[in-house]
Design a protein around this ligand. Structure first.
Ligand SMILES: [Zn+2]
Length: 464
């Protein structure tokens, strides 16, 4: 895959950053004391000329009248977690920004020219591309989910380090962020002074906010700690304006549950991150948790964990999703196509035909199957399969378990060479015989083995 476009994103100068900072804060330079100006300029310098960071931080300190609040931002831990990129990623990203950023990434990934004409280049939709490889994507970061995963760090640190100065500024976390945080944690209540009554996951495996939505809706105090809520049954008093009939069922259920809870004044509340083995927050686990429920993709095993050059893996990834431009797909779109399979000139060219059903392809597979340990590639092992995935899996299932990793590389190589041969016949009017193609595959396999494909080395070089 060639990507030829380069986008140079220039940073703002310090002067321009300072003007933007003042504008975003809603303050005039004349109204600010010299101390505010000095700290403000330090904050601006730390932003490294990134307009979004300047704008966001200007907005945060704009409403703060005390110099300590400005100092808290300047000395915040925000700057210590990996530079400006992380700093502004950890803030709430405007939708416009992520869309613009994604547009640049999408153009780069699919090599789309500056006119923005995608043609047939965008073969897989962008949200799918931005999924982890285990869920069928390319593993490119999904910015919204990544930013959310980073933001959850503030909630974790807020719990463990409430004394840190930035906690007084609040966190950039939305209600959705807090729900994800609650789902990813389990709180054990001791004295109840830290756990949030409605928002922490401390009772019944889910937040009370989710379990009792009507009670939460009508409660006039939604941010009490567990200790505050249970003291003198204040959570009940908070519901005094609620319509009694509507909340009766939820109220009785919660009342019964809370009646058995006794706080322990000498024990602090504790929290556990349930998504990682060590019980501590990690950005990776918070990011991956947002893809929970999706079906895992066969591409992880067949493609990404197999040794092959990146261009061949990318081709295999597209092929698994049937996103390679064979004649049947071109025909569906009404685009120019050759209709017949260029290898046999007998059938309509489809994925299944070109790579598995075509007589030329079957002869090639049969010839490769004569290689040592590769008998599973013989057509008899997968002839009964009527789709590509099943045929692919049948080849691997018919191979001895010790040689499967090497055979997976061979499968990608053969598919790639079939595609290269097909393209040479269509676009260069140049056809190779089966013998020539076999030699080419052998040479390429040796090249891969030299380049570091250890399992392939064992398959083709080691004595039986
Ligand atoms: Zn054919």
């Amino acid at each position: 895959m060639n990507s030829t476009l380069l986008y140079n994103l220039r940073a703002l100068s310090v002067d321009d950053s300072w003007k933007l900072f003042l504008q975003s804060s809603g303050r005039d330079k004349e109204d600010l004391d010299s101390e505010f100006i000095d700290i403000g300029k330090d904050i601006v310098r730390k932003c490294g000329g990134v307009p979004l960071a300047v704008k966001a931080l200007g907005g945060i300190v704009g409403s703060k009248k005390e110099i300590n609040s400005w100092r808290a931002v300047k000395e915040s831990e925000l700057w210590d977690i990996g530079g400006t990129t992380y700093a502004f990623t950890a803030l709430t990203l405007p939708k416009k920004f992520t869309m613009a950023f994604d547009q640049v990434r999408r153009r780069f990934t699919w090599d789309i020219d500056e006119t923005g004409t995608a043609g047939g280049k965008c073969k897989v939709n962008w949200p799918a591309v931005c999924s982890p490889t285990s869920f069928g994507g390319l593993g490119i970061l999904d910015l919204d989910r990544f930013a959310r995963a980073l933001r959850l760090r503030w909630l974790w640190l807020q719990w463990h380090h409430p004394e840190r100065p930035w906690t007084q500024l609040g966190t950039p976390c939305s209600a959705l962020d807090r729900c994800l945080f609650a789902a990813a944690t389990r709180v054990t209540v001791g004295n109840g002074t830290r756990a949030s009554f409605w928002w922490s996951n401390w009772c019944g495996g889910e937040t009370l906010r989710c379990r009792f939505p009507l009670l939460y809706k009508h409660s006039i105090r939604k941010h009490r700690t567990v200790a505050q809520a249970l003291s003198d049954s204040r959570w009940v008093l908070d519901l005094r304006r609620a319509p009694h009939g509507a909340i009766a069922t939820e109220f009785l259920t919660l009342w019964r549950e809370l009646s058995s809870i006794a706080l322990q004044p000498d024990v602090d509340d504790s929290i556990l991150w349930i998504l990682s083995a060590d019980g501590c927050y990690s950005t990776k686990s918070a990011y991956l948790a947002q893809f929970a429920g999706r079906i895992t993709s066969v591409a992880q095993d067949l493609i990404w964990e197999t040794w092959a050059p990146a261009k061949c893996k990318l081709f295999g990834w597209l092929l698994i999703q049937k996103r390679v431009w064979t004649a049947d797909r071109l025909l569906q779109r009404g685009w120019p196509n050759c209709y017949f399979c260029p290898l046999c000139i007998r059938n309509l060219e489809t994925h299944q035909h070109l790579f598995f059903d075509c007589p030329f392809a079957r002869l090639l597979w049969a010839s490769i199957a004569s290689w040592r340990h590769c008998s599973g590639l013989a057509p008899r092992a997968w002839s009964a399969c009527d789709n590509m995935h099943d045929a692919w899996h049948a080849m691997i299932a018919a191979t001895h378990v010790d040689h499967r990793d090497g055979v997976k590389s061979v499968i990608i190589l053969v598919l790639w060479e079939l595609w290269t041969e097909r393209n040479a016949r269509i676009f260069k009017d140049k056809a190779s015989s089966l013998r020539q193609l076999l030699h080419r595959i052998e040479d390429e396999a040796n090249g891969w083995a030299f380049a570091g494909a250890k399992k392939l080395q064992r398959l083709i070089w080691e004595p039986p």
